[in-house]
Design a protein around this ligand. Sequence first.
Ligand SMILES: NC(=O)c1ccc[n+]([C@@H]2O[C@H](COP(=O)([O-])OP(=O)(O)OC[C@H]3O[C@@H](n4cnc5c(N)ncnc54)[C@H](O)[C@@H]3O)[C@@H](O)[C@H]2O)c1
Length: 249
Amino acid sequence: MVNYELDGKVAVVTGAGSGIGAECARVLSASGARVIAADINEAAASQVSDGLASESQSVRVDTADPDSVDAMVDAAVARYGGLHIMVNNAGIGGESATIADYSTESWRMVLSVNLDGVFYGTRAAVRAMRGNGGGSIINVASILGSVGFAMSSAYVAAKHGVVGLTKNVALEHSADGVRANAIGPGFIKTPLLDDNLSSEAMDALVGQHPIGRLGRSAEVAELVGWLGSDASSFATGAYYPVDGGYLAR
Ligand SMILES: NC(=O)c1ccc[n+]([C@@H]2O[C@H](COP(=O)([O-])OP(=O)(O)OC[C@H]3O[C@@H](n4cnc5c(N)ncnc54)[C@H](O)[C@@H]3O)[C@@H](O)[C@H]2O)c1
């Protein structure tokens, strides 16, 4: 694991109780950042937090609730004196159906977690970072922030929205020292996939990745470590796929 030299920095990771978020918390912590591991599943976040290398705290958050997100960021600032890295990672899959059959309920649910939640997290982070030395916001989109995927219209729409919202942070807050980037993981073997896809569907997805396999959470977290660090100081407003070549097809 690379050391991204994050001593003295404070990071918040949403959806830190599982998969990509848990690995982001580990990479940031191993590089010296103090980490708030936040998740709607408090027990899972607490378990991840307990295993981190640096000082850490778990927090329960529902990213679909703006007050809950503001309270999470306030808790980070109150406990550690500031916020330097915000990873808006929490996300859900939603139902699998064509637009004709897609339920309003599932549309609202996916948009509220996967897009509204990233907006709330980005807004709270900008407010905490500007006037306080700036920071780096990393929004976890997907390859589906760039291309479509049949039967997943709400997820695809939300992830495209995340990429657009992230660009605006660069236009509006670069002068405040706040950077923001979106990342586009390909299909990564996490509980999100296990819960939503059959093993046959997963096998079929392998063939969509020229690298010949699905990704690992740690391979996404390394990109997050770099974006959170000063090594990426000229990177903002961008979208970084980490996808085993999926988008190269
Ligand atoms: N796994 C993939 O193939 C893949 C690919 C591209 C992008 N992503 C994105 O990466 C992110 C993480 O996905 P993952 O695969 O690690 O999923 P995961 O299901 O393993 O973990 C998601 C975590 O988010 C938490 N969560 C869900 N709703 C929440 C809410 N409202 N508030 C707070 N926490 C909440 C869950 O409790 C869980 O711990 C998501 O945004 C997902 O869309 C995943």
